[in-house]
Design a protein around this ligand. Structure first.
Ligand code: SAM
Length: 152
């Protein structure tokens, strides 16, 4: 398909991820929390944004799979002729190649976050870090929508 030319989301790369993998063929399909140690380098001026993250055991890592093609609506991951829709897959090939992993936080050393559980190439740009949502209790007071259930 032909990709639209216009974009309206301005993303900022806040760091770079260092992993043992330099080939997509060697990279895990999904990271595992007993996988190799990976280093997430945080760029200035975002280093102070790490304050408080150390208290969480797991961190959600959001990254930009920068070498992916972005033009497949359907794809066949097993190359067996059986195609599925891109949104039913976690393939790196997607219109906006976001990757997410819940990684085990090993430590924070200055501007470097050490984790296990990634599945991206060495040099992959970092978009964001968040505490694992299952460990996080909102700090801001609840809002009415937090208590809403059912319809409408
Ligand atoms: N865990 C993430 C997710 O579910 O959103 C990513 C899963 S994706 C299947 C992982 C694969 O993306 C790797 O096996 C590798 O083939 C590919 N990949 C990793 N880093 C990449 C990069 N920087 N650019 C393009 N493809 C990449």
């Amino acid at each position: 398909m032909t990709l639209p030319t216009a974009t309206d989301a301005g993303l900022v790369f806040v760091g770079r991820i260092h992993t043992p993998w330099t080939s997509r063929m060697d990279t895990p399909r999904q990271g595992r929390q007993d996988g190799p140690l990976c280093r997430i380098e945080i760029f200035d001026p975002w280093v102070p944004a790490l304050d408080g993250l150390e208290q969480y055991e797991r961190v959600e890592v959001i990254y930009w799979l920068h070498l992916s093609r972005r033009d497949l609506v359907r794809q066949s991951p097993a190359h067996d002729g059986a195609a599925r829709g891109t949104f039913s897959l976690r393939s790196p090939v997607r219109p906006n190649p976001l990757g997410t992993s819940v990684a085990r936080l090993v430590g924070i050393e200055g501007a470097t976050v050490l984790v296990r559980g990634l599945d991206c190439l060495d040099g992959t740009p970092l978009l964001d870090l968040k505490p694992d949502r299952t460990l996080f209790t909102p700090i801001a007071p609840p809002q009415p929508g937090d208590l809403q259930t059912g319809n409408p």
